[in-house]
Ligand binder design. Structure first.
Ligand code: ATP
Length: 224
């Protein structure tokens, strides 16, 4: 479904991603794990068109999306919940959700997607008129994921959803990621928390300083 072939990304002369190839098949949860600075966020940003790649190819189905415009990639069904949550702090929860649906003008779909967001995250409905900047860390994370779902993605990219959260909340959020996947959304999950990520993923890639050091079924990687 989503295929990266020999993708290289540079920041000026520094190569952050060194010719990696990976694949996410329809219906899977795939995790990309690695330590600080391994290049995980850079890969997500390359997929979503935020960071241009210097060589290689990124495709969805038979569509080449290499260095395509970020808004075109959203329209093709790929959205990202960014690291550090990045909700709009001076907007309410509901306004943040509406922003996630900016590519569509269909009011019916908007209403359905808001209902879906509240079903996954009832706490967001309770706080729909609260400014996002005043939410707790965990609630902001929920909002970031919910907002990424507002564009009805086929593929959801999640950048470290467990970052800075208490273990109980991590469990809750990972449970919801599984539910989202069970309802038909393919997931690429970037994580430093390898153990947790491999628990819910079908397959994983281990990234080390811009190279894929290991890949395989989650069950196999857990033992490695
Ligand atoms: P973390 O888990 O710490 O977020 P990561 O695996 O997501 O790490 P990236 O953020 O992709 O790693 O960074 C990969 C490398 O690229 C790092 O060495 C980082 O310093 C570098 N890098 C990232 N963004 C920039 C930038 N805007 N300018 C220059 N170098 C950058």
């Amino acid at each position: 479904m989503l295929i990266l072939e020999s993708v290289s990304v540079f920041y000026d002369r520094i190569q952050a991603v060194k010719g990696i190839s990976m694949e996410v098949r329809e219906g899977e949860i795939v995790t990309l794990i690695g330590g600080n600075g391994a290049g995980k966020s850079t890969i997500l940003n390359a997929i979503t068109g935020i960071k241009k790649i210097q060589s290689g190819k990124i495709s969805v189905g038979d569509m080449d999306i290499t260095n395509a415009d970020a808004s075109r990639i959203v329209k093709m069904g790929i959205t990202q919940s960014p690291e550090g949550r990045r909700v709009f702090p001076k907007m309410t929860v509901l306004e943040n959700l509406e922003m996630g649906a900016y590519v569509s003008n269909d009011k019916g779909i908007l209403a359905k997607n808001i209902e879906r967001a509240y079903r996954y995250f009832p706490r967001l409905e309770e706080r729909k008129n609260q400014f996002a900047g005043t939410l707790s860390g965990g609630e902001q994370q929920m909002l970031a994921i919910a907002r990424a779902l507002m564009a009805s993605p086929k593929i959801l990219l999640l950048d470290e959803p467990s970052l800075g959260l208490a273990p109980i909340l991590v469990q809750e959020i990972f449970g919801i990621i599984k539910e989202i996947n069970a309802e038909g959304v393919t997931v690429l999950l970037v994580e430093q928390n390898a153990r947790m990520a491999l628990k819910i993923a079908d397959r994983g890639y281990v990234l080390e300083t811009g190279n894929i050091a290991l890949e395989g079924k989650s069950q196999e990687l857990i033992h490695n």
